[in-house]
Design a protein around this ligand. Structure first.
Ligand code: PLP
Length: 399
């Protein structure tokens, strides 16, 4: 079994790639992808071990470097994304951190959009600065703000689009062009769009990162992450970093994720349908002050989302009343939708960002990205939308 499976026929369309891409069968010719739950691999002789280490990358030697089940997941995602290389990690945050830590050094500058997932913000503003990397945050929707910040130069630019949880849409092509003009790499966290709905490489992204915990698993079972990009970046920076720092994905979790890719399209398309139905209901509800969903014409960047994405995603946000108390009352009254900070799951989930994922931000920082105390995020699952709407309707009666 080679480290990198032979590519599938070029004629295979995405749905076939999602089901069969990267599959390598063992000598037992199993139908399903096998779980190679092993930390190491054996050699027939000391000479064979010597040769394996001398000709690095030719065979499996240790699961921190590569593992057959993990490689199947990486290859399937690589083919779906259309990237030169893909490596999986144990979580989405391990992917984000590795994507930066593998190539940034003291004195480098990162420019990022301000509307980011809390842990991504923490890496950029708390962890990397301890190693001498500085970060400037801008309003990612403001072209002039990018130009001004990039005038000082940068080694990397980071965006999340749509952003978690405020659903800001970043114009990827514009930001890629501005970043490249300064010699910076554009890193895109594509979690909210999922591999199905947005192809950042088509707009000029250099590196794409995923939390595979979200839509790729999408069934609440496993953490995981992935980094995709050009071979040169992997050869020059990332492979060495991953190999020696070891944020590896477990073979068992890789198996969950490779199976997740097989049903990704069905799940995400359904989630988009459910999200739109929920958003339309909330938008008309008298107790709801503001509803945010890129698929609603009322979203300030609806046109950009329509241009850049092939679907509007599974997350809807709204303000329930005007306070933390009113938001909590609605969440606590829900009987179908669970309170949980995960997203992209088949089960609909809801969370209160101001007191959970974004609680470390100051009230001013939260206000700057539009997270009020009444702000609730819903991750649409695949249940019947009528049951979710009934649930929200009865819960909103509490305020
Ligand atoms: C969840 C999330 C991450 C982190 O992924 P984990 O798998 O939880 O480590 C990163 N970025 C975004 C946008 C996310 O939603």
């Amino acid at each position: 079994m080679p480290l990198t499976p032979p590519p599938p026929p070029a004629s295979w369309r995405p749905r076939t790639v999602a089901t069969r891409g990267g599959l390598q069968r063992s000598q037992f010719l199993e139908t399903d992808e096998a779980i190679f739950m092993t930390s190491g691999f054996v050699y027939g002789s000391a000479e064979e071990a010597e040769a394996a280490f001398a000709t690095d990358g030719q065979r499996f030697v240790y699961s921190r470097y590569a593992n057959p089940t993990v490689s199947m997941f990486e290859e399937r995602l690589r083919l779906l994304e259309g990237a030169e290389m893909c490596r999986a990690t144990g979580s989405g945050m391990a992917a984000v951190f590795a994507a930066f830590a593998c190539f940034l050094k003291a004195g480098d500058r990162v420019v990022a959009s301000r509307a980011l997932f809390g842990s991504c913000l923490n890496i950029l503003t708390q962890i990397l600065p301890r190693f001498g990397v500085t970060t400037e945050l801008v309003d990612g929707r403001d072209h002039a703000a990018w130009e001004k910040a990039l005038a000082k130069g940068a080694r990397a630019v980071f965006v999340e689009s749509p952003s978690n949880p405020t659903l800001e849409i970043i114009d990827l092509k514009t930001v890629a062009d501005l970043a490249h003009a300064k010699g910076a790499l554009l890193v895109v966290d594509n979690v909210f769009a999922s591999p199905l709905l947005q192809k950042p490489f088509a707009f000029g992204a250099d590196i794409v990162v995923y939390s595979a915990t979200k839509h790729i698993d999408g069934q609440g079972r496993s953490l995981g992450g992935a980094i995709l990009g050009p071979k040169k970046f992997f050869d020059d920076h990332l492979l060495n970093f991953l190999r020696h720092t070891g944020p590896s994905l477990s073979p068992f979790n890789a198996w969950l994720l490779v199976k997740g890719l097989e049903t990704l399209e069905m799940r995400v398309r359904r989630q988009c349908e459910v999200a739109l139905a929920v958003a339309r209901f909330l938008e008309k509800h008298p107790k709801v002050k503001r509803t945010l969903y890129p698929g609603l014409a009322s979203h300030p960047q609806h046109d950009l989302a329509a241009k850049q994405m092939t679907g509007f995603g599974s997350v809807v946000c709204f303000e329930a009343g005007t306070s933390k108390e009113s938001a909590f009352r609605v969440m606590n009254a829900l009987k179908v939708i669970d309170i949980s900070n995960n997203l992209g799951d088949t089960k609909s989930l809801t969370t209160h960002p101001a007191t959970t994922t974004h609680r470390r931000l100051s009230p001013e920082e939260r206000a700057a990205i539009g997270i009020s105390d009444a702000f609730i995020r819903i991750s649409a699952g695949i249940e019947d939308e009528a049951d979710l709407i009934d649930d929200l309707d009865q819960a909103l009666k509490r305020i």
